[in-house]
Ligand binder design. Sequence first.
Ligand SMILES: [Zn+2]
Length: 59
Amino acid sequence: MSKIYVCPICKVEVKSTESYFPFCCKRCQTIDLGRWADGSYSIAGEPIPDHDDENISIH
Ligand SMILES: [Zn+2]
């Protein structure tokens, strides 16, 4: 019983014994790291809303 993994970059089947697992090769691993580094992946997700509706009276 062995689960089948696929490379998240190029979607080819990857064995769990692969050196670059879960990637199929060093190139895909580098591409994935690069995506995180340059901010292509949105980690934060939600934008910070403006709080214009806070009615604070300052005298
Ligand atoms: Zn790949």
